[in-house]
Ligand binder design. Structure first.
Ligand code: NAP
Length: 270
């Protein structure tokens, strides 16, 4: 059985591409980084540098990519800070001379308390906390990458939303709001990006995915209850999200622009 850290290869669909994976040092981002490397991309594994283990986890992913035969570096940026993002992007372009792929997985980590907070009692700072990371983080990277992609004549960008944003969700309002902004922004930014820059922009809306960061918020009984809401009867695996990011980053999706791809086992049906 494959695990969170062990995506299976499917080919060399990203040969000659240069990819930045934000939040590439853990969870879904880590699995995507390894998958992109196996598919032939040179991979910049982004990390925040904010926690004690952040840099070391990125270095470990780089080592694993190199062991797979892929070229990789790690890049640090607090995604809420635009100048840190532009420096990180410049580092990639200086290293490899181009940039063609960007997948944004960085997101503010939640916990049970923040997921259960009263949506009508949040301070401005509470509300902005997730927006600064989940939405501004994606926006900063898109803004910093677009000219480099245009110069190379090709770019594919994937950002992350969340399927509960589509029908609304009372719990975790600050996260829902930030993730919904990503979904809404894609619809408005995608036409300009493809017309003026040759850059594809799409968004993945996952449901419940079995990552360490997510699962630690539930005990066994709560997790079982959660699974009852999923028609498929189980949580998604990180590689099941990473594979959709691969599709949206490869030439397999060359007629797909500005779309939300829901990947949630059937909970939300468009
Ligand atoms: N798991 C799910 O069920 C699920 C469902 C829907 C959507 N999503 C979204 O999918 C993405 C990945 O989820 P996951 O479960 O794999 O999460 P995760 O393991 O918690 O990964 C989150 C990543 O975001 C980075 N990050 C956080 N704050 C940052 C900041 N200020 N600047 C730069 N990077 C920052 C972290 O980097 P450091 O470790 O270096 O701080 C980490 O790599 C998230 O955006 C999440 O909201 C997840």
């Amino acid at each position: 059985m494959s695990s969170e850290k062990d995506p299976q290869p499917t080919g060399r669909r990203l040969e000659n591409e240069v990819a930045i994976i934000t939040g590439g040092n853990g969870g879904i981002g880590e699995v995507a980084a390894l998958l992109f490397g196996r598919e032939g991309a040179r991979v910049a594994v982004h990390y925040s540098g904010l926690g004690d283990t952040s840099a070391a986890r990125a270095a470990e992913v780089v080592k694993r990519l190199e062991n797979l035969g892929a070229e990789a570096i790690s890049i640090r940026a607090n995604v809420s800070n635009y100048s840190e993002v532009t420096s990180a992007v410049e580092e990639v372009v200086n290293k490899w001379g181009k940039l063609s792929l960007l997948s944004c997985f960085a997101g503010l980590q939640g916990n049970t308390a923040s997921w259960n907070e009263d949506p009508l009692e949040l301070s401005d700072d509470d509300l902005l906390s997730a927006i600064r990371v989940d939405f501004l983080g994606s926006y900063h990277f898109i803004k910093a990458c677009k000219d480099h992609m245009k110069k190379g004549g090709y770019g594919k960008v994937v950002v992350i939303s969340s399927s509960p944003t589509i029908n609304g969700e009372e719990a975790g309002f600050r996260f829902i709001l930030a993730k919904d902004l990503n979904r809404i922004a894609v619809k408005s930014l995608a036409p300009k990006l493809i017309r003026d820059y040759g850059v594809y922009l799409n968004v993945i809306a996952p449901g419940t995915v079995e990552t360490t960061a997510n699962k630690k918020n539930y005990n066994e009984k709560q997790w079982e209850e959660l699974m009852k809401w999923v028609p498929l009867g189980r949580a998604g695996k990180p590689e099941e999200i990473a594979r959709v990011a691969l599709f949206l980053s490869s030439h397999d999706s060359d007629f797909v622009v500005g779309q939300t791809i829901v990947v949630d086992g059937g909970e939300v049906r468009l």
